[in-house]
Write a new protein. Structure first.
Lengths: 372, 105
């Protein structure tokens, strides 16, 4: 983040302005990625008019960065109408997230003409047999890469986003090399998110602890593995820090108008079909509850060695049952980096040890005074 | 002396944050913030109103400056903004498609 954007973000925080919003236009998708957390059925998406009205409300609220995502955004027949409105009428800085398989030369030119800031494309492998086995759509890698070329040839900023999981763990260097060859940026994230309905079965796709450990020490990814994987001192002033930007300068709106602190934080704070966006942002009790949390308020984590360096996601913690609790996926990352278990891991270990002790107590029925 | 017309570049993103105008260049995503004078110029840059009229109507009234000096400063500012591709300048009126950026409330 540039220094100026940092300053603007600090200012937005002081003024309680939602500087950046992700709006999912649809949950429908033309891929069926094995790790996806969404229900792809349409349960009543906002209409074109509703979305335009929402965009007007967002612009008035001060939203500057608008990320349009899904599902697959290009499945909305009104996608370009929405994009044109967001750019030409409301001057948002628009970023797109897409699998891009419906983007050809004409669409790329139109995206360029509308001045989109960047287009993030999901690429899971440089090998079709691996990528297509994740998207469950034969030919999808080649379609996405063709689209990336069309977009690049228009001078647009393209970013490959790679979610690492068991299926594609061996291929991240291939994706990075492919991106470099095409003059494209790339990002990588080893976090699988539970389904929005709470189903956690998809977490079995997470890479294991050993692989995570190796990943954090891959010197092609980190400048100095020793420094990156060191334990940082948890200074006392850290306790006053915010857990993350969710609900502070950013939020997420679903295709049905529900407003959440973040796309990864399914704690509904209101619906724009019933209330104005700015009223939800400013006055929702739930949004204000999220906003009130400081690191000092976190259960377990305040005593953790990793508190100041942890990437703890409050949304993942919420999905584990407590937004003030730890996020186990991030505990795993801290452990993989440093080899030092988190306070949450130690507490779980103690709890497991206690369970073993209970097992050694004589059966209740055999105890003196027990009822038959 | 010929008239100068100014228009907001259609490829930039813009938002007023607490009275301060943020502009992101569509060319390289560089972020700029505009001071008060530049913000007035940016908001008035509709491609149809000549720069001298903008200066007369919007800047001289606001800052109590001498029109000739204000116009010279405004031209320098407009050319600087144009060098960053966030404003277009021309000796002819400019057709535009973008709207005025909104103030957050």
């Amino acid at each position: 983040m540039s220094r100026l954007l940092e300053e603007m973000t600090e200012k937005a925080l002081r003024l309680n302005i939602p500087l950046s919003v992700q709006l999912d236009l649809t949950y429908r998708c033309n891929e069926r990625c094995v790790h996806c957390y969404l229900d792809h059925h349409d349960h009543g998406e906002m209409s074109t008019a509703e979305i335009k009205h929402l965009l007007e409300e967002m612009a008035e609220a001060g939203v500057f960065i608008l990320t349009l995502s899904g599902g697959e955004i290009m499945l909305r027949k009104d996608f370009f109408e929405i994009l044109e409105y967001a750019r030409r009428q409301l001057s948002f800085c628009v970023k797109l997230k897409t699998n891009a398989i419906l983007i050809r030369d004409a669409e790329a030119a139109r995206i360029r003409d509308l001045g989109v800031e960047s287009i993030q494309i999901s690429i899971y492998s440089h090998r079709p047999e691996v990528h297509d086995a994740i998207t469950l759509v034969p030919g999808s890698l080649n379609r996405s890469l063709d689209a990336a070329s069309f977009l690049k040839s228009q001078g647009l900023r393209v970013i490959f986003a790679n979610v690492l999981m068991v299926q594609n763990l061996q291929d991240y260097q291939g994706v990075r090399a492919l991106a470099a060859e095409m003059g494209i940026e790339s990002t990588m994230d080893p976090t699988i998110t539970p389904m929005m309905d709470g189903d956690r079965s998809v977490l079995s796709l997470n890479i294991d602890r050993g692989s995570l450990h190796q990943l954090f020490r891959d010197e092609s990814l980190v400048m100095d593995a020793e420094e990156a994987c060191g334990v940082e001192d948890s200074a006392q002033d850290t306790l006053q820090h915010l857990p993350c930007s969710a609900g502070h300068t950013t939020c997420y709106v679903s295709p049905y108008g529900d407003v959440y602190p973040c796309v990864q934080f399914p704690f509904a704070t209101g619906n724009v079909r019933k209330q104005r966006f700015i009223d939800i942002w400013r006055h929702s009790d739930r949004m204000n509850e999220v906003r009130s949390i400081r690191l000092k308020d976190l259960n377990t984590c305040t005593s953790c060695t990793h508190m100041s360096s942890c990437s703890r996601c409050p949304g993942l913690a919420y999905m584990e049952g407590n937004m003030r609790g730890p996020s186990s996926a991030d505990c795993e990352k801290s452990f993989a980096k440093t080899g030092v278990p988190s306070a949450n891991m130690l507490a779980k270990k103690r709890a497991a040890a206690n369970l073993v002790q209970i097992g050694s107590i004589p059966a209740v029925a055999n105890m003196p005074g027990a009822m038959a | 002396m010929s008239k100068l017309y100014v228009a907001r570049s259609p490829r930039v993103a813009a938002r007023s944050l607490g009275g301060e105008m943020m502009i992101m260049s569509g060319r390289d995503s560089t972020l700029f913030t505009l001071n008060k004078t530049a913000t007035i110029l940016w908001q008035a840059a509709d491609g149809a109103t000549p720069l001298d009229e903008i200066v007369q109507q919007r800047i001289c009234g606001e800052f109590e400056v001498e029109p000739g000096e204000a116009l010279q400063d405004a031209e320098t500012l407009a050319r600087e903004l144009a060098s960053h591709h966030i404003l277009q300048i021309s000796e002819q009126p400019i057709a535009t498609q973008s709207a005025v950026s909104r103030e957050s409330r």
